[in-house]
Design a protein. Structure first.
Length: 278
């Protein structure tokens, strides 16, 4: 059995929709392996929903690969890692192409919550299915975060530098509270919020504050955040949440959508009161 077949075997008997997600996840893991082989994680750390999915067993699938440099570097380019990425995929009989995407002001602020300081790339892999994955690298990260080395066993054993869970939680809450879409509610953010609270993970409030101030969502003149005034802001966001739209967004990424039956304004408000801070 090849390594790719071994990776696919984890999803044996899954529905066609889940198999598509599974193939995307395998591509994500091979991409991490290629970046690791090229030494990428000496300069950057992995974060976001896909990090949660791969290393912390978040029970939903995720689409993109999000990274943050360990320190600001406005001249950063992914160019030195393109060949290691392509070589990694070729080693598994797959062809990969990475292209840099151009951002517009509208894309950066409204549609995709991308920072102008981010480098955005598209990875296309042709194999069992043709898969396109967005790679985003934050080249001007708000600091004050810590990292952990997380072990991945397939496609081979290696460590990936990842944001710590409390800082991942902070980044997720920044996205949940301030991400703006034209016509959509990002229900995946709310699913992840629920998972963090249910799993008992703490939120690094100071890192959330640094992110919110850098993005301009918190005034630099505002007083320092406390758990109390953070919860006021969060509950204001919960009060205007379109629950049905949030469910509709996240359902395609779940094996069992019945987990969403409990979702309501009251439920998320109660979850907010259960957040632990660090």
């Amino acid at each position: 059995m090849s390594v790719v077949e071994q990776m696919l075997a984890r999803y044996q008997g899954a529905t066609p929709a889940v198999q598509t997600h599974a193939w995307r996840e395998i591509v994500q893991e091979i991409a991490l392996a290629g970046l690791n082989r090229g030494g990428f994680f000496d300069k950057a750390a992995f974060y976001g929903g896909t990090c949660l999915r791969i290393f912390h067993r978040l029970p939903r699938f995720s689409e993109d690969l999000d990274f943050s440099l360990l320190k600001p570097d406005p001249g950063f380019t992914l160019e030195p890692w393109l060949l290691p990425l392509q070589n990694e995929f070729r080693a598994f009989g797959l062809e990969a192409e990475v292209t840099q995407k151009q951002k517009s002001v509208e894309t950066a602020i409204v549609s995709a919550f991308l920072k102008q300081s981010s480098g955005v790339y598209q990875l296309q892999v042709d194999g069992k299915k043709s898969i396109k994955i967005k790679l985003e690298v934050d080249t001007d990260p708000p600091l004050g975060f810590s990292t952990d080395e997380q072990l991945l066993l397939l496609p081979y054993s290696f460590y990936t530098k990842c944001f710590s869970l409390s800082d991942l939680f902070a980044g997720k809450m920044h996205a949940l509270m301030y991400r703006t879409w034209k016509t959509r509610v990002k229900g995946r953010d709310w699913f992840d919020f629920e998972w963090y609270v249910r799993s008992g993970h703490s939120l690094h409030l100071a890192h959330f504050e640094l992110r919110a101030r850098q993005s301009g969502d918190l005034s630099t003149e505002a007083i320092s955040l406390t758990p109390e005034n953070f919860l006021v802001l969060l509950k204001q966001r919960i009060a205007v949440l379109d629950i049905n739209a949030a469910k509709h967004d996240v359902e395609p990424f779940l094996r069992d959508a019945s987990a969403l039956d409990i979702w309501s304004t009251q439920y998320f408000t109660q979850l907010a009161d259960m957040i632990k801070f660090v």
